[in-house]
Structures are given as structure tokens and as C-alpha cells.
Write a protein that binds this ligand. Structure first.
Ligand SMILES: Nc1ncnc2c1ncn2[C@@H]1O[C@H](COP(=O)(O)OP(=O)(O)OP(=O)(O)O)[C@@H](O)[C@H]1O
Length: 232
């Protein structure tokens, strides 16, 4: 199993604030990994570093051996926590935009998923509800044939019925040679689809491992463990 993503001694400061402290991480192919942590623990910072939107203060991020850049963008499909798509565009325009931009984009796959969720191609993003917008963005991202999918809170605004569909979609995209990094607070919903989890707390990895092993060792669900570790 080859390594897709590596973080070596990664630190990130925002001014004097240390958002990530000495992160070492290696993500192999073929895994769905939950990136879990309370608000402000550093999940989005880590994701932005992997996507080259931020530079580490220390250490390095490697995607299939390369630093974030043009090569890594070709193999990472990224769903950011906030919308970056132009609101005035229709779904059809977005599909064309993705097809022009990414050679690995599967137009028909996206169309099928949109139809399954009863989303109309002629609808403009600005006329949609927040949850529907999130579905459209996730469909666009998951319709790429990427090596690494990075999803920052993909199901937060989506209703429970659609969540199931989306989680199934995520699993369907799982392959021997790709991995999915999924940052979320909705642990109960995702723990059954994750192979591994990473718990971040105040910029540090406090627990990392296989979901099955952690459940067995601790005798409780990941959700229960999370609530215990991060009790307020
Ligand atoms: N641009 C910034 N300038 C200064 N501090 C920042 C900035 N962005 C994030 N931080 C701080 O860095 C820490 C980590 O933030 P980050 O957004 O990575 O956390 P998170 O785990 O994604 O949180 P959430 O679950 O609320 O999205 C927090 O203390 C946050 O206040």
C-alpha cells in the first residue's frame, strides 16, 4: 500500500497562535479517514496546508512525494468548508466548468447523482437552499477520479435522508488507490464508514488508529469516546 499523504513535523502559527503543533501523519491508499476534533482544534488549518492554501511554519506536507502545487491539485479533490463556486452559475454551467477544469471529471456520474437527489441542471446556485448547494458541491467533488478526496464538513447542512445517500456516494468512490479524508463533527453518522480516525485537540493528534481496533480496545463507539475525550 503506497502512501498518498505525509505530514512531517508540521507546525502552523497564525501570528503568535500555534494552530498546529508538530503533526506527523501518514495516510496510505485505500482508506476512509475521519478527521475529528472540537471547534478550533486545527482541522481546517491542516486541510488548508494539504491543499496549499496555507504554508506550514515548520515541516513539510507531501502528496505522493510532492509538495502542494500544480501536481497535487491534479490528484486532490477538495470540498472546502465554505462555498467557493460562483453563485450566479447554474448546475449545468458548473458541470461544464468542472469538465473544462479537471480532466478526471466524470460528467455522467455527476448527472446521475444530481438526478438521484432531484436536483435540476437548470437551477442556479443562488436560488438553492444551503443544504442543496452543499449537495451540488459534494457531487462535483466526488465526480472527479482523484487519488485523495478531502472533504471539510461535507454533511453538516444536509438533511438525514440525503446524508445517507451522500455517505453511500462517498463509499462508492472508495477504491484501492484512493483515500478520503473527512473532517466532521457528525461522528455518529460517519464512524461506520471510516477505516481510521484521527482525533485532533488543540493542534495535536491525541489519538489515531483503526476504528475497529479503537472500538474494541476502548469498548465504546468513536462517538462516545469523542464525547468523553472532549468533554466540556
Ligand atoms: N486566519 C487565522 N488567523 C488567526 N487564527 C486563526 C486563523 N484561522 C484559524 N485560527 C485559529 O487556529 C486554530 C485552529 O483553527 P481551525 O479553523 O483550523 O480549527 P477547526 O478544527 O477547523 O475548527 P472548526 O471545527 O470550528 O471549523 C483556532 O484557535 C483558530 O482560532
Amino acid at each position: 500500500m503506497e502512501t498518498i499523504l505525509e505530514l512531517k513535523n508540521v507546525k502552523k502559527f497564525y501570528g503568535k497562535k500555534e494552530a498546529l503543533k508538530e503533526i506527523n501523519l501518514s495516510i496510505p491508499e485505500g482508506k476512509i479517514i475521519g478527521l475529528l476534533g472540537p471547534n478550533g482544534s486545527g482541522k481546517s488549518t491542516m486541510i488548508k496546508l494539504i491543499n496549499g492554501l496555507l504554508e506550514p511554519t515548520n515541516g513539510e506536507v507531501l502528496i505522493r512525494g510532492n509538495k502542494p502545487g500544480i501536481e497535487s491539485k491534479k490528484i486532490i479533490a477538495y470540498l472546502p468548508e465554505r462555498t467557493y463556486l460562483n453563485d450566479w452559475m447554474s448546475v449545468e454551467q458548473l458541470l461544464n466548468f468542472f469538465q473544462d477544469f479537471y480532466s478526471d471529471f466524470d460528467y455522467n456520474k455527476a448527472l446521475n447523482m444530481l438526478h438521484s437527489l432531484q436536483i435540476n441542471e437548470s437551477d442556479k446556485l443562488k436560488t438553492m437552499s444551503k443544504g442543496t448547494k452543499e449537495k451540488v458541491q459534494l457531487i462535483l467533488v466526488m465526480s472527479r477520479k482523484a487519488d485523495l478526496y478531502i472533504l471539510d464538513e461535507p454533511i453538516g447542512g444536509v438533511d438525514p435522508a440525503a446524508r445517507d445517500y451522500i455517505l453511500k456516494t462517498i463509499i462508492k468512490n472508495y477504491s484501492e488507490t484512493s483515500s478520503i479524508l473527512l473532517a466532521t463533527h457528525l461522528i455518529q453518522e460517519i464512524e461506520n464508514i471510516c477505516d481510521n480516525v484521527i482525533f485532533l485537540s488543540q493542534g495535536k493528534i491525541v489519538l489515531e488508529g483503526s476504528v475497529d481496533e479503537i472500538r474494541e480496545e476502548k469498548g465504546k463507539s468513536i462517538d462516545a469516546l469523542f464525547r468523553e475525550v472532549f468533554i466540556c
